[in-house]
Design a protein around this ligand. Sequence first.
Ligand code: SAH
Length: 347
Amino acid sequence: MRKYQDIRSYDIDELRGLMTGLGEKPFKAGQLYEWLHKKQASSYEEMTNLSKALRERLQEEYPLWKMEAVQVQTSRIDGTKKFLFRLRDGYVIESVWMRYQHGNSVCISSQVGCRMGCRFCASTIGGLTRNLEPAEMLEQIYGIRRLTGERISNVVVMGTGEPLDNYENLVRFIRLVSDEKGFGLSQRSVTVSTCGIVPGIYQLAQEHFSITLAISLHAPNDESRKRLMPVANRYTIGEIMEACRVYFKETGRRISFEYSLVAGENDGMSDAKELAELLKGHNCHVNLIPVNPVRERSFVQSDKKVVEKFKNKLEKYGINVTIRREMGRDIDGACGQLRRSYLDNLK
Ligand code: SAH
């Protein structure tokens, strides 16, 4: 069986090999690549500088496929759009488009489902179904571009799935999306969020990408973290912080820490103090996110005042911190919720 189902998962060198295999000149690969990634063609027919015979052959062997949006929800509050896309094999994933002052941002999924089991997260409820291949990550961006007609200036891998649990495909996706000959997104505009798979962080450091790495910390100590995130049983916060130090040393990129505030769980002033002491001296940024209530879970959002106090406490210690603006509150905002409610309705 071949490695990828979708021709857009292959890099240009591999396409050259493919062209030679089909008895074509290798330079045709450059033209094909441009059609696929720069112009995001949705059919081989459009590729008029390739011979008809070649186009037919490609269509037979690597049928081009467009992701179909089975559902689109638009927020009346802020225009955020949530897309439920159907994959080739019928599984569904969700992606989000958000308009910010500094440009439009797309949040993509990296897996169908997730096996990390974070207690507050809707994406993990049905477990992991399968990894997404690089083209399926790209096509979420290309699809949203096609459907909205909007420019996309940032991509965050913060949708369903644990990106470092799908490492090879993630790295290939980053290379493809940031290739100047293709979609050409600057790596500085890409953020990858992880629940803290330590070996993956070390490996990623060695790729020397200029992406932003975000760590979902959500607790200031292991005991509290274990109550929210099963992955905390495998890697300690100490190990994560050491990996982050190396990541920063290797890439020069400041780490982002995500901290979802859950009322009565991790939002106390003593938590803020402990977090501040943990992060002191690290070149980092903290994103506070009021936890998004998920129907299947009983966690409650921290009070607005508590969130402010938490922020102030961190600032007193000189830590860069922002409160994440909630987007799309009215449209199944939290990770995996749209997909979840779709799957529930099928039952
Ligand atoms: N698996 C990766 C990326 C996907 S989750 C990770 O863990 O980072 C993206 C972010 O949303 C993570 O910080 C995750 O912990 C957070 N998240 C998930 N469900 C949430 C919820 N209901 N409320 C607030 N944040 C949530």
